[in-house]
Design a protein around this ligand. Structure first.
Ligand code: ASP
Length: 431
């Protein structure tokens, strides 16, 4: 049989998973069979990816920063990275706002459907609102305070503390730059080797990717709510997806303008990470694969990927911010509220910040949406309106989040002279 490229195998796994899920919903007990016998393999796959995330960030970031040799390079790259991340996020929110104002999906929701949706998803929405309450109580500098862990082992023991681990790794890397070379060399060599091991583990995990996504999608299909409610939300979903597609096109264009690499090259290189982002709905779980693809298939130097991508996975969520803008205005429209221009400008700011604050896990963007709603004076109970369709949209926005990180890493790499040719070296890709 002709050898298929990895992204085709993953795609095949996804399609077969969806088909199996649909078939099993027609059998009595089919859902239980999937949940008991198929879903665990999906969970094992996601867990193994998450397992790699913290050691990967530690090893690659310490190695990456210490390779920089001097700190001014770090601040130059850091400044550019954060600047471009914020810029793309603002573009994404603005696109979302323009589309939702033009299409006005909320106006087409009938009173009856609105009441039905709100009552079906009241309790689920309630738990998201409660989660957001905690965030809201925090002071303005809380995010900054949270950046510095008081104990690295505590920080590293929770995948939700990725930014703290990043902080420690950068700090440690700076320390390595500042000590004499004969002392730093053994430590660097250790992290070099450690990093290689982790990369090899990612290769091994990726061999299971087609089966993992098969299990994940089969489980998702049997667990998804009835499709009737989906239809009422069709225009809303259309706005989000249209915005996300536009964002993808913008990434292709930005990469072409700044690096002269074609969109085909870019999307071919990043495809397996996109498919994984779609299947797992988690930028954090996808991070190991994003790093591998960007480095080996897009030719970005490890110095750049190790810095730009872990930070991007946690703070750069263009898809999420776009979705938050569309969802906020959609809910307002459905409740018959007219949002003034200044309130919409406020949404640009809050959605940008909320997407930075969203954790890179499934459903996180919806929790932070509560804050955007509160800020704009839109009823938070409106969250129940969009619940039914949130998971599929989460899959799509996570794909954009990951693609955005990859595009920015190419642009940053080009700007610091660290964009080379792809160096595919692993056996997983050649199987
Ligand atoms: N699932 C998204 C991510 O991991 C975050 C979100 O929008 O819910 O990137």
């Amino acid at each position: 049989m002709k050898k298929l490229a990895l992204h085709w195998k993953i795609l095949l796994g996804m399609v077969l998973g969806v088909i199996l899920g649909f078939v099993m919903t027609y059998f009595d007990g089919g859902k239980d069979i999937i949940q008991d016998w198929i879903k665990p393999f999906g969970n094992i796959f996601i867990n193994s990816l998450k397992l790699i995330a913290v050691p990967l960030i530690l090893a690659s970031l310490i190695k990456g920063v210490s390779d920089l040799k001097d700190i001014s390079k770090l601040s130059k790259m850091g400044g550019r990275t954060i600047g471009i991340y914020i810029l793309t996020t603002v573009i994404a929110v603005s696109i979302g706002l323009v589309i939702v104002n033009l299409v006005q999906p909320g106006k087409s929701i009938s009173e009856e459907t609105r009441i039905q949706l709100v009552s079906s998803y009241e309790s689920e929405a309630g738990s998201k609102i409660a989660a957001a309450e905690k965030q809201k109580e925090a002071g303005p500098l809380q995010a900054l305070e949270d950046l510095v862990p008081s104990n690295i082992f505590n920080a590293a023991s929770d995948n939700g503390n990725m930014l703290q681990v990043i902080f420690f790794a950068i700090f440690f890397g700076i320390g390595l730059i500042l000590i004499p070379e004969e002392k730093s060399k053994p430590v660097k060599d250790f992290f070099d080797g450690f990093n290689e091991v982790i990369l090899k583990l990612i290769d091994i995990i990726m061999l299971a990717a087609p089966y993992g996504v098969f299990a994940l999608l089969a489980a998702l299909v049997v667990e998804s709510p009835s499709t009737d409610l989906f239809k009422a939300l069709g225009w809303y979903a259309f706005c989000v997806i249209l915005g996300l597609l536009l964002m993808m096109a913008i990434y292709g264009a930005l990469v072409y303008v700044f690096t002269k690499k074609t969109p085909k090259f870019f999307f071919n290189g990043i495809a397996p990470a996109q498919l994984l982002a779609f299947s797992t709905s988690s930028s954090a779980a996808t991070l190991p694969v994003t790093m591998e693809r960007v480095e080996e298939h897009l030719g970005v130097d490890e110095e750049v990927t190790s810095f730009v991508l872990p930070i991007g996975a946690t703070i750069n969520m263009d898809g999420t911010s776009l979705y938050q803008a569309v969802a906020a205005v959609f809910i307002a429209q459905a409740f018959g509220l007219d949002l003034s221009f200044s309130v919409q400008l406020g949404i640009i700011v809050t959605a940008t910040l909320a997407s930075i604050g969203s954790a890179a896990v499934p459903g996180a963007g919806m929790v932070m949406l509560v804050i955007v709603l509160a800020q704009a004076g839109i009823p938070e109970a409106g969250l129940a309106l969009i619940f039914a369709i949130d998971r599929p949209l989460d899959m799509c926005r996570t794909t954009v989040n990951v693609t955005g990180d990859a595009a920015v890493s190419m642009i940053v790499a080009k700007s610091v002279g660290k964009l080379g040719e792809p160096k595919v070296k692993n056996w997983d890709d050649n199987l």
